[in-house]
Design a protein around this ligand. Sequence first.
Ligand SMILES: NC(=O)c1ccc[n+]([C@@H]2O[C@H](COP(=O)([O-])OP(=O)(O)OC[C@H]3O[C@@H](n4cnc5c(N)ncnc54)[C@H](O)[C@@H]3O)[C@@H](O)[C@H]2O)c1
Length: 378
Amino acid sequence: MPEGPIVPDAISSNGSYPHSPHLPRLRAGVVGCGYWGPHLIRNLHEMAEVELVGVADPRPDRLEYVRRSYPAVAVFPDHRELLRSQVEAVVLATPIKTHYALAREALLEGKHVLVEKPLAASVDEAAELVQLAQERGLVLMVGHTFLYNPAVRELRRLVREGELGRIYYGDSARLNLGMFQRDVNVIWDLAPHDLSILMYVLDQEPVMVSARGSTCVQAGVHDVCYLEVLFSGGTSAHVHVSWLDPDKVRRLTLVGDRRMAVYNDVSPAKLRIYDSGVESPRPTDNYGEFEFSYRHGQIVIPYLHWREPLRLECEHFCDCVRTGGRPLSDGEQGLKVVAVCAAADRSLAEGGIRVPVGLPSAALVGAAGKVVRGPAIA
Ligand SMILES: NC(=O)c1ccc[n+]([C@@H]2O[C@H](COP(=O)([O-])OP(=O)(O)OC[C@H]3O[C@@H](n4cnc5c(N)ncnc54)[C@H](O)[C@@H]3O)[C@@H](O)[C@H]2O)c1
């Protein structure tokens, strides 16, 4: 992974990441063209700075879709043919259990990699990928798409600049009916979004997690889960993820001691800032004086210069490959998210106990790529 500053806030006034138009086009390929792959293919195909060389998928119907939609793009039933072609970078949009093997193969072939979330299916796998990318000087980026969402970026600014005050807690919900997965539970499928958003906006590391949930539809696969995540700065957050809810909900509430904010991704007004709060009463023996004072002020909906987050993510990947920059959602962030999911799985299996999150920073990734566990917090 290239050293150097992360480029998170290097976003220009028109909402895009800075490009280097004088550089040659990036030759890129996509592996996996199921549900999500076509969105990546469309964006990469539209980008002037990218030459979409090829798409690999073992399913003939998916290759036929690519042939029809993008006649100039080569199709490969075997991803190894794509890796052996002239591509410099690959984007992996395949099932979670395949991420490690495919990303490893691509890095060993000297390709920069953007892998869909979550980075891998275990902490050891994720740590090995981070280490491999570092050793080879290649970009390893994870598709934590919501970090490229203008509403999430504005929420981070509000927190950093103290507009909300001290954050009491966060509450995140990602619910709808579907899409059920067979090989991973709902935490691995949906929570990487909530976790990456929380880490980014709070600018804190997850240190402890507990999880409870239900296995309603498929035996042994949790489809509804509730996580409590404790962060390094003392903030706690609840994350509710579900494939079994009648409503589509994509919402994060942050409650601070000055203001409160609600990021609702399915609303046209994606971000609302509430000038609301409560003052606790001074300690007194007199019951008549013991009153909370509530503040119900204005609700502000800030203007956001909107661009498709996935496009910004693809532009950022391209830019990092071209300039040697470090991605905002780099392999290390992917590793931390995987570490929370793994700790949450353990908690689920042990009745919801609090489980410390292995803190996988560069310093904690041992020589063999094993993650050293962080200290337990009472
Ligand atoms: N960032 C987001 O908002 C977002 C949204 C949806 C899905 N995703 C992620 O995208 C990834 C793919 O999800 P999906 O819903 O598209 O899955 P999917 O099952 O619909 O599609 C996966 C595709 O990968 C192909 N594939 C499997 N093994 C392959 C291999 N070795 N080489 C080439 N192709 C292979 C399959 O044939 C299939 O077409 C997952 O990691 C998922 O978490 C991200």
